[in-house]
Design a protein around this ligand. Sequence first.
Ligand SMILES: Cc1cc2nc3c(=O)[nH]c(=O)nc-3n(C[C@H](O)[C@H](O)[C@H](O)COP(=O)(O)O)c2cc1C
Length: 240
Amino acid sequence: MRTQTDQQAPSDDLPASIDEAITSRRSIRAFQSKPVPRETIEHILEVASRAPSGTNMQPWLVYVVTGTAKQALTNAILDARENDPEAQVREHNYYPKEFFEPYLSRRRKVGWDLYGLLGIERGEKERMSRQQARNFSFFDAPVGLIFTIDRRLEIGSWLDYGMFIQNVMIAARAQGLHTCPQAAFCPYHRVIRQQLDIAETEAVVCGMSVGYQDPTAVENGLVATRVPVSEFARFVDNPA
Ligand SMILES: Cc1cc2nc3c(=O)[nH]c(=O)nc-3n(C[C@H](O)[C@H](O)[C@H](O)COP(=O)(O)O)c2cc1C
């Protein structure tokens, strides 16, 4: 029997239903160089912008990075990562300062499942670091997105933002595209700000790779498991 972490190539088929658009999305970490037309990205963003937001505030701001601008951003982050430890500054905490159960185990599992597919073993820090660095070349995707938000906005707007980002990923599936949302960019907001001329009033929410998945890449076989509904949902009703 197949387990959820068995290597399976992600589907290139267009999703036939909303359920399939959602369930065929997974984080893809190797892309083909095949370009994505600007009109396709505009369409995806237009569809995604139908996301709801409290009092219709629509807090999303998106920088679409391609071509030499994307390469320059990649180079600047990789250079900072290598040579300037002070370039890494968090402006918000995405993760808790200390992990605890059940989140610690879930986080470890997906990490080791990914490294397992890539043949990276415990202690191989250099190979782990190189894999982590692939985030910054957008896993070779032709399109990189950087999402920002007006930093004065509150947690509700960040919630709205999540709905928008999910819409981007699902709308991308409808175009035969795959994605990887990436918090890895956040600590490099100063470098990103400089490269893309982003105002100090905006905080970097996350990045995203968008493109056609590489079906030959082993890492794209990763299917991250989920806890069953019975573990995270409780149906509450009064007995008849
Ligand atoms: C906001 C956000 C940030 C993420 N950041 C990264 C990242 O920086 N690098 C990465 O490889 N995956 C990143 N992921 C992908 C998660 O690891 C992935 O969603 C999770 O393991 C579940 O797998 P799936 O997306 O394939 O279903 C991120 C996901 C989200 C939602």
